[in-house]
Design a protein. Sequence first.
Length: 65
Amino acid sequence: MASSAITKYGFRIRTRSGLIVDNLLIHGRDEVDAERKLRQMYQHCNILQCTVHQPAKSIELAEAR
């Protein structure tokens, strides 16, 4: 079975008004694609943290091997 080309990226940002938004999940082909989508929604934000969220199925498949 082929793996999906889309990955979830979790962001923690500070909006331009100074609010902290935690645990924003955005799908993207890579981190650059996910950041581009994020900046379309939250213009002029500061990215404080970015994490990659792997789907649980791929982890379970790797453990089964």
